[in-house]
Design a protein around this ligand. Structure first.
Ligand code: ADP
Ligand code: MG
Length: 286
């Protein structure tokens, strides 16, 4: 059943608000890097447009994971990718997650982001236990999280301002005009004053990631999850984007968990956690 989407600009909601069932069980698209590439909602998608974001409140540890184990595949094909993971992110903390390709970083991030169902262990995010959580609970939790990806995942046919305003569409009480105004203010805050009405193709890679930061933060999330947000950028703009994200999150007290390969941005972290072969192998103060 296709639900009537809440006031849109005539497109289907990509992510930011995740299509119901995304990341569930089955394989990711072949070429997926990071969390996958938006795309249309499945026909039977539902669960968005109801309720707003969860009240975030004061949560001591926005992420608290213990004994988390996760495997892809069934039966003989079952292959564990996360083993006995424990991880805590404290209020307002910026934590970087590093490790070789294939070590399980994105999988862990999708579990924390409630994009995938837990299998074993405990994962508390913004005070909610995700082990055994229903689809509906996971959808609600996602609304309290700002996501940023390697590829900006902006919609090419929407302006910067419209892309950012989309993240506010869950706030049904907020008129379109106010959403656009808040989006404009957030774009100014990321240094894109004067670029609000440009399409993504007219912006540089670094500017597009600034739009993605604005989109992730405009809804005042309780947590930001970022998967290699600087990987597609050159050294200078990668560094600028990472520092901007850190400064904006710090000024709001928003914790960040960021996956990165990029040794040039380790200095933004309060703490660096390393993964190897599905395990946390090292956690040190940066
Ligand atoms: P990283 O982000 O650290 O590169 P991933 O979490 O993407 O690691 O992948 C961890 C392991 O799980 C890899 O071996 C990868 O091939 C495998 N994997 C990732 N996604 C899927 C999937 N949807 N189905 C099956 N295996 C997967
Ligand atoms: Mg990855």
């Amino acid at each position: 059943m296709r639900r009537v989407l809440p006031r849109t600009h005539g497109f289907q909601r990509p992510f930011g608000l995740w299509p119901e069932g995304f990341g569930e069980g089955g394989a990711l698209p072949e070429d997926s890097e990071g969390f996958g590439e938006g795309g249309a909602l499945p026909e039977d998608s539902e669960g968005f447009g109801e309720g707003g974001a969860l009240p975030v409140g004061l949560v001591m540890d926005p992420i608290k994971i213990s004994k988390l184990t996760f495997a892809y595949g069934e039966g003989e094909l079952r292959r564990p990718v996360l083993r006995d993971v424990a991880l805590q992110v404290h209020a307002g903390e910026v934590v970087l997650l590093t490790g070789p390709s294939g070590s399980g970083k994105t999988t862990l991030l999708t579990l924390i982001g409630a994009l995938r169902a837990m299998q074993e262990g405990s994962c508390r995010v913004l005070g909610r236990e995700l082990m055994g959580a229903s689809e509906h609970e996971r959808v609600r939790l996602r609304r309290s999280i700002g996501f940023i990806f390697q590829n900006h995942n902006l919609l090419g046919f929407l302006t910067a301002r419209q892309n950012v305003a989309m993240a506010l569409e869950v706030e049904a009480a907020l008129p379109e005009r106010d959403r656009l105004a808040r989006a404009g203010a957030m774009l100014a805050a990321v240094g894109l004053d004067g670029h609000e009405d440009k399409l993504p193709a007219k912006l540089s890679g670094g500017q597009r990631q600034r739009v993605a930061i604005a989109r992730a933060l405009v809804g005042e999330p309780g947590l930001v999850l970022a998967d290699e947000p600087t990987a597609a950028l050159d050294k200078v703009s990668g560094g600028e984007v990472a520092h901007l994200l850190r400064d904006m999150a710090k000024s709001r007290g928003t914790p960040i968990l960021m996956v990165t390969h990029d040794p040039r941005i380790l200095d933004i972290a309060d703490r660096v956690v390393a993964m190897e072969d599905g395990r946390i192998v090292e956690a040190a103060a940066a």
